[in-house]
Design a protein around this ligand. Structure first.
Ligand code: FE2
Length: 232
């Protein structure tokens, strides 16, 4: 099976630059590259589809992904507006469901986005998977025997750079849950805007870079690493 893992598209309604980077143009470049690839079974986008949470940005992404005609699954990131994304937006092509089956593998799309209590219109940068969501996932992983891929925006394993201050809270608890299920093989995340891959307790953890702008574990916080943007 061949999967493309994309993350952190950071699209805006009017194509406005984000951190002086043209995320819309770079997203379209990624799409052109994917058009040249063969036999892709699915595309997984691990959050931050939008930078401004606008309805237009979601419709734009949905319309562009439809051109590829490859099943495409999204989860939310901290820059996404969960209300717009899951309530107002009606995707014509992409899937926003919690679960899917692809080629005998079960995909779980887990929400790790937490509201910022001080700023009602935005989300916290750090992520959390609530106890309710953890319990639901635990039950589903026990019930469904297929090999499984877990997708969530915030990495549940350290990647070794400044980004580790911004990843999933209570991540040891989350990883412990995954370890109890031998069917969990792969965990895909974004948020760090850096490619990484690590094995922990027989589970492969990978973060995709951002299609819009990349960071590096080697560079100071929020310094952009040109040329490292892309997808896995
Ligand atoms: Fe992001």
């Amino acid at each position: 099976m061949k999967i493309i893992h994309m993350s952190d598209l950071h699209l805006s309604a009017d194509g406005a630059l984000v951190w002086k980077e043209d995320c819309r143009r770079r997203f379209l470049t990624a799409i052109r590259q994917i058009k040249m690839m063969r036999d892709i079974d699915a595309i997984i986008v691990s959050g931050d589809v939008s930078n401004d949470g606008s309805l237009d940005s979601y419709y734009f992404a949905d319309r562009i992904f439809a051109e590829l005609n490859i099943p495409t699954y999204w989860c939310a990131g901290n820059h996404d507006n969960l209300n717009v994304m899951f309530t107002t937006f009606r995707p014509k092509f992409c899937y926003l469901s919690n679960q899917a089956l692809i080629g005998g593998w079960r995909l779980y799309l887990v929400n790790s986005v937490a509201k910022d209590n001080d700023k009602p219109n935005s989300n916290r940068s750090k992520g959390i998977v609530t106890m309710n969501i953890r319990n639901e996932l635990d039950g589903q992983l026990s019930k469904n025997p297929e090999p499984s891929i877990i997708v969530l925006h915030h990495p549940p394993l350290e990647i070794g750079g400044w980004q580790d201050n911004k990843i999933l809270k209570e991540r040891e608890t989350f990883r412990e849950l995954l370890c109890h299920h031998k069917n969990v093989k792969l965990v895909l995340s974004g948020h760090a805007h850096t490619f990484s891959v690590k094995k922990n307790e027989n589970i492969l953890y990978s973060t995709a870079s951002s299609t819009g702008f990349a960071f590096s574990t080697e560079l100071p916080k929020y310094e952009i690493k040109q040329g490292q943007e892309g997808f896995s």
